[in-house]
Design a protein around this ligand. Sequence first.
Ligand code: NAD
Length: 436
Amino acid sequence: MKISIFGLGYVGCVGMGCMADMGHKIIGVDINEEKVAMINDGHATIEEKDIDQLIKSGRKNDQIEATTNPQKAVLNTEISFICVGTPNLPNGHLDLRAIKSVAQSIGSALKNKNEYHIVVIRSTVTPGTNKKVGEIIEQESGKINNKEFAIVSNPEFLREGSAVQDFFSPPYTLIASEDQKALKKMKKLYQDLEGEVLTSDVKIAEMMKLVNNSFHALKVAFANEIGRLCNKMDADSQQLMDIFSKDTILNISPYYLKPGFAYGGSCLPKDLKALNLLSHDNYVDNPILKSVDKSNNIHIQHAIDTITNLEKTKISFLSITFKPGTDDLRFSPALEVVEYLLGKGYDIKVYDKNLNISKLIGKNKTFLMNKLPHINDILVNSIDRAVEFGEAIILSNKEEYISNYLRENPVNDSKHIVDFVGIASQFNIKNYHKIF
Ligand SMILES: NC(=O)c1ccc[n+]([C@@H]2O[C@H](COP(=O)([O-])OP(=O)(O)OC[C@H]3O[C@@H](n4cnc5c(N)ncnc54)[C@H](O)[C@@H]3O)[C@@H](O)[C@H]2O)c1
């Protein structure tokens, strides 16, 4: 394919060398004349393993050239990659001015082109950029987005230091566009790379890199908080985290990584609190660990706000234990919500198939009686009764009995369903409200 690349820094230069190696013909564009000259002299613009050799051989085979002229690049290629920088503005937002400037140049060049053209946003951007770039190009070129040209969002996942290897072996390649023809061509371009080629909504592709990098930053900072604490305990942090990482069921895994309701139960809150106190007692400042509980409470408050905003007074809960399949109520976040609403004078009914008050014993019973001494007054013995009673019905656990019920019993359109766990969308429910 014939490809132009706007921005010849880390991402653009690596893309140029690697795609030339894959057999494509590349025209690079940069406003920096020095970088353009370097490429034309057969040198990479960056220091990175293997890239100089790739640029050198691409240039020698006549597959690579660079220019400061966007018109020339667009008119002689089928796909334009935007790889310009998007640094933070002083207020922290991403500076998308270089992206918009390239979109203008591409649009103005497309005025003089009759063939279909694909514009790929490879830079890290914020949601809405794909749409904005499409609008700018439509305005400049007078052409129609998703017909005469298309925009693809395709975040770059390479790391400096192993950029060439990362280009050829990404964890996956993510592409998103409103134009199927563009997606088909991009899948073909990437078919020989390692890792799956995934497609998604445009907004997801636009957010992906920000979410990935934020999670990576969180991992680094979390590990360092544990490291500082280990140091004080005279424990080997490397050994601890090595063993931590060997748990690929709960620790290094998708488990716990799907948005849902708040955590609770007898273990997570208790042990988090204990670790935080250990840090405190040893004068170790661990702000991430310290803020986890706060984040959880904000999520519970958000669930409460979602209910109270409905301005309904009769509220039914279809389960209140801390997770599905248990009668354990200790530190159940649903119980927090019930307690709050009762305190505000809401009329509450609760059904929970797993709960048999007469069989509750020990700490579980004490916890419930302390929190909700009048539980017997609000408990109903059939899900039908709870559903019939509530103007708003709360789904706080992914319980099979709740899903089965909703599948077999269409909910009256006058009722509001508040879904804490992401199950309501599969049923035909008119008024449903998600918390994430
Ligand atoms: N560096 C990384 O490891 C990495 C990895 C993944 C994603 N990204 C993202 O990719 C994007 C590019 O990052 P980078 O590190 O390659 O940036 P960079 O600063 O190394 O390179 C950007 C290049 O764009 C050029 N440029 C600016 N305006 C231009 C214009 N109007 N026309 C043509 N060229 C123009 C600059 O002269 C520069 O050479 C950023 O959004 C970044 O967040 C970077």
